[in-house]
Ligand binder design. Structure first.
Ligand SMILES: Cc1cc2nc3c(=O)[nH]c(=O)nc-3n(C[C@H](O)[C@H](O)[C@H](O)COP(=O)(O)O)c2cc1C
Length: 338
């Protein structure tokens, strides 16, 4: 079966899973536009994942993907956590909250896997590593199509060896968190895609800085089975990004993105803002603890409409992002290359 048939899509495009940004309308609009819609379920509980899936099913009959964060074991010392909290206090103060509660997040991965099987989700994609063998086996027994994420050739080889059906080659240009799980290396997509295509036999999905039809065709001509686009869809009507986040993306006139660990403890690309600048050189807790520490700050910044303290994830081609509907953006990609 061809790759596109296996995914049930008409066009070789995947709407990037974007935790916190994807809405049921966004995923369904992507599916209805003939591309693969993906739920960014990384931060959701198992029950919230189920509710989200059911909402999408109400809106479309087409298949879609659910994206999960593979959990990792992180050593954490209380003193490190205390210092990281202390470093965030000047930002908290600016938002009128010198102290805030930062409960540690509960693991939800195993429960999410059960939900994916019970809800008969067609595609499951992963970032931040590889699930263990039993999880992969379980999903395969239920015919779930599996997609891993790699930022280097070494990671792509492990994704294939683990039994995944396809891999996302995530270049350094990509917006949001990096899927790296063997240490951070910043490989541009131009270099990463051909080296992965040569090294493995499963379909490779190109991601990172793909902003128009010309980029799409270029990646396909170099052996990509499809592309995964995030930043290009961020400012669409169906996107759940905060209105001021969408505005920042649309207003960007040049690549003003940077990689930062300040929001979550894990490297991610976003528009440079005051939060990132204030945290430079200060202690940061490892993922996922830093994410737990900053959660209240980010939600308070959103409530107060203060984008300078929000995480404005975006990729290196942010200046090309325009508004419109998902369907219009997809048509642009398929049309004249503009
Ligand atoms: C706002 C945002 C959130 C993201 N969240 C996720 C996520 O939850 N899971 C994931 O696998 N990738 C996530 N990514 C990365 C995308 O899957 C993809 O690699 C990236 O968007 C491609 O680069 P581009 O943004 O330049 O198109 C996110 C990207 C953005 C911009």
């Amino acid at each position: 079966m061809t790759f596109m048939k296996a995914l049930g899509i008409e066009h070789p495009i995947i709407q990037a899973p974007m935790a916190g940004v994807t809405t049921p309308e966004f995923v369904a609009a992507s599916a209805d536009a003939g591309i693969l819609g993906s739920i960014g379920a990384g931060y959701l509980s198992a029950e919230a994942t189920r509710d989200f899936i059911r909402e999408v099913k109400k809106l479309t009959d087409k298949p879609f993907a659910v994206n999960l964060f593979v959990p990792e074991q992180t050593e954490m010392e209380q003193e490190q956590l205390r210092q990281a909290y202390f470093a965030l206090q000047p930002i908290g103060k600016k938002l009128g909250m010198p102290f805030w509660k930062a409960p540690l997040s509960e693991p939800s991965f195993d429960g999410q896997i059960d939900v994916i099987i019970e809800e008969e989700v067609a595609v499951c994609s992963f970032t931040f590593g590889l699930p263990d063998e039993t999880v992969i086996q379980k999903l395969k027994e239920h015919n779930v199509y599996l997609i891993g994420t790699a930022t280097t050739v070494e990671e792509a080889v492990l994704v294939e060896q683990a039994g995944m059906d396809a891999v996302v080659a995530q270049g350094k240009e990509a917006g949001g968190h990096r899927g790296s799980f063997l240490g951070e290396q910043l490989v541009p997509l131009e270099e990463l895609l051909p080296s992965i295509v040569e090294a493995i036999g499963i379909p490779v999905i190109a991601a990172g800085g793909i902003a128009n039809g010309e980029h799409l065709r270029h990646q396909l001509s170099r052996g990509a089975a499809a592309v995964q686009i995030g930043t290009a869809l961020l400012a669409t009507e169906e996107s759940g990004a905060h209105p001021l986040y969408k505005q920042a993306v649309i207003d960007a006139t040049e690549n003003n993105t940077v990689l930062t660990k300040a929001f979550s403890g894990k490297s991610a690309r976003g528009i440079r803002n005051e939060f990132i600048e204030m945290m430079e050189g200060f202690p940061i807790a490892p993922y996922p603890y830093q994410n737990d520490l900053t959660k209240k700050i980010r939600s308070e910044a959103a409530a107060q409409s203060r984008p300078e303290f929000m995480s404005l994830w975006a990729g290196e081609r942010v200046q090309d992002t325009v508004g419109g509907t998902v369907k219009e953006i997809v048509e642009k990609f398929l049309g004249d290359g503009g």
